[in-house]
Design a binder for this molecule. Structure first.
Ligand code: KIV
Ligand code: NA
Length: 265
């Protein structure tokens, strides 16, 4: 199978072929997801929650994102690997954002970067694209701004916010973004954005009319307990599977049936 690039996403949109993405943060998991045939892996700053147990994405550092992204990139032979720019790495100034973007590309060998925001970060988005780095936008629920919005609720319900989101999407598209993540917005708005832009839209909690879908792998595979928003579907019960395996291990060690003679030297 051919290596997927940021160009492939545009071709898939044109062809009407849905684009599939999941997150991953480590070599072993990314290797499984890539070999299963996914189109793209996002090294999300959700690593802050999923890997480190923080309550939001704000604390994760550039160094920590680089550690995760380099591990994922080493595992992927086929899919496109996108790395989130963490909170604070691109909000200060264009030059700082471009410098941090270049650093992540040099130290990880990912294929592209993702940034949250619209018109307010356009100057920095342009600078990074001008440096030759493919950029994925991210609109709607943008977790790095959780304190501004006061929670993780549905975004752009009202006409004014929907209009702003559409304008942001158009601006990101015109700046040359190869894709835009649309998180937790009404399906009708996501469909309208998808028709309005030439780049691919990747939805999470944004209905089925986006050009592709993305989920956090630990949520999609049923590893995280007590998190089941309406937009999420569990495609496996890895929590059950791991719990069974761990309990079997405990049982066989306790009853001295592991290791057997055959498993001993
Ligand atoms: O960090 C992340 O996992 C994300 C996706 C949910 C889009 O940004
Ligand atoms: Na993210």
């Amino acid at each position: 199978k051919k290596k997927i690039t940021s160009r492939t996403f545009a071709e898939m949109k044109q062809a009407g072929e849905k684009i599939t993405m999941l997150t991953a943060y480590d070599y072993t998991t990314a290797g499984i997801i890539d070999a299963a045939g996914i189109d793209g892996i996002l090294v999300g700053d959700s690593a802050s929650n999923v890997m480190a147990g923080n309550k939001d994405t704000l604390p994760i550092s550039i160094d920590q994102m680089i550690y995760h992204a380099a591990a994922v990139a080493r595992a992927c032979e086929h899919c496109l690997v996108v790395c989130d720019m963490p909170f604070g790495s691109y909000q200060v100034s264009r030059s700082e954002g471009v410098r941090n973007a270049i650093r992540i590309m040099k130290e990880t060998s990912v294929d592209a970067l993702k940034m949250e925001g619209g018109i307010e970060i356009m100057d920095t988005v342009r600078g990074i694209i001008e440096a030759g780095i493919p950029v994925m936008g991210h609109l709607g629920l943008t977790p790095q701004s959780v304190h501004k919005f006061g929670g993780y609720g549905l975004r752009a319900k009202e006409a004014a916010e929907a209009e702003r989101l559409l304008a942001d999407a158009r601006a990101l598209d015109e700046a040359g973004c190869f894709a835009i993540t649309l998180e937790k917005v009404p399906a009708n708005l996501a469909a309208e954005v998808t028709r309005a832009v030439s780049c691919a839209t990747i939805g999470i909690g944004a209905g089925h009319e986006t050009d592709g879908q993305i989920l956090v792998y630990a949520d999609a595979l049923g590893m995280t307990r007590g998190f089941k928003p309406k937009f999420l579907r569990h495609f496996a019960d890895v929590n059950r599977c791991m719990t069974d395996g761990v309990q079997q291990y405990i049982r066989t060690v306790k009853d001295c049936s592991f290791p057997s003679v055959d498993e001993s030297y």
